[in-house]
Design a protein around this ligand. Sequence first.
Ligand code: NAD
Ligand code: MG
Length: 402
Amino acid sequence: MSQWITVLGATGSIGSSTLDVIRRHPTRYRVYALTGFSRIDQLVSIAVEFSPKFIVVPTLAAANKAQALLASSQHECEILVGADALVDVASAKDVDMVMASIVGAAGLLPTLAAAKAGKRVLLANKEALVMAGPLFMQAIRDNGAELLPIDSEHNAIFQSLPANYRGDFSQHGIEKILLTASGGPFRNKTKAELSQVTPAQAVAHPNWSMGAKISVDSATLMNKGLELIEACFLFNCRADQVQVVVHPQSVIHSMVQYRDGSVIAELGQPDMRTPIAYGMAWPERIDAGVKHLDLFDIARLDFTEPDHETFPCLNLAKDAFERGGICPAVLNAANEIAVAAFLAEQISFLAIPELIQKVMSLCPEKLVHCLDDILAADKWAREQANSILAEFKNNKQLAGQE
Ligand code: NAD
Ligand code: MG
């Protein structure tokens, strides 16, 4: 029997890779809904190919455009509008699994809705987990949902942990997680060199092809910071039990180190279709269309420590996790504003950590009791970040160029 999947963020990089896996298994998976925020033409063309029951667009104008395009292709599917519709298609009764691949905080509510509806949640949207880790994990447990990490590192860790792992390192003799990082496009660059880098250079990742926001996060190492927090929530460990290892080839996707000296790793091509197919078919394995790894081709693997001085975002994230409460949500929101400003060429690359650090220094110690606490923290942090951004602009102060 086919399994029904909703792909949130179907027009993005992870969305496209997911659809490619589905394309290879047309009887095993059927598409329930596809959602997109921009690129309505692309959304309609994948709707024509995959025949979902619903597509979700952000505005009435986008719905009209989609309607006209669908009519000209003589294809029918229901068009839903707005953020509530994302929640509906993530939690609908007929849906078996949800690919959570909207970028940023916008993905939180539908991803949480999928967890609360007891779906298999294929979690690419790390920002949702960073913002709402404890609430999200509780929703998974309380509703019998299945959480399959899609982020390649966390997928590798999941594969390297014992199959019966339930969140207790000591029970299984686990010492630490070795979280690998490619180092991004600016590995080995000095601060002086970083002050001049452009958005185009930042999004040109050496190993992975990804959306613009995560590519900039990779370049600042905030991506690794968000992933460190993601690992702590997913696998129930402390930040000091996760060691970041820079591994420029991105062949090892992460490792688990055990008490007896064993280190278990998952290796593969830097191609997201592998973790996506793993999550969709788990515990089975299916063809993902990925070229097999040729170790003779690779020949060598390198490992170094991260450069915390030049790339402060990793430690900003670690601090936010250790402070707890609303801090990870505040960090995430400040980062989203900073990255968008950098991509819009309003601030320099080095101003990204500066802006985040300023917001974090204002962040009060507050516990999270419910979702509203997180949404309020997210809103507060965006306001703070925007006003600091306005100061940066007024002073014409682009960090690193003073
Ligand atoms: P992307 O920018 O290519 O795609 C983002 C998708 O989200 C698009 O479909 C877009 O239309 C949609 N979207 C954007 N803003 C929205 C909003 N406000 N409301 C509703 N939908 C919105 O991003 P991506 O690279 O595919 O990354 C998606 C998520 O997966 C991110 O959280 C990222 O951190 C994570 N991730 C990506 C990769 C990768 O290789 N690309 C790897 C690991 C994790
Ligand atoms: Mg990753």
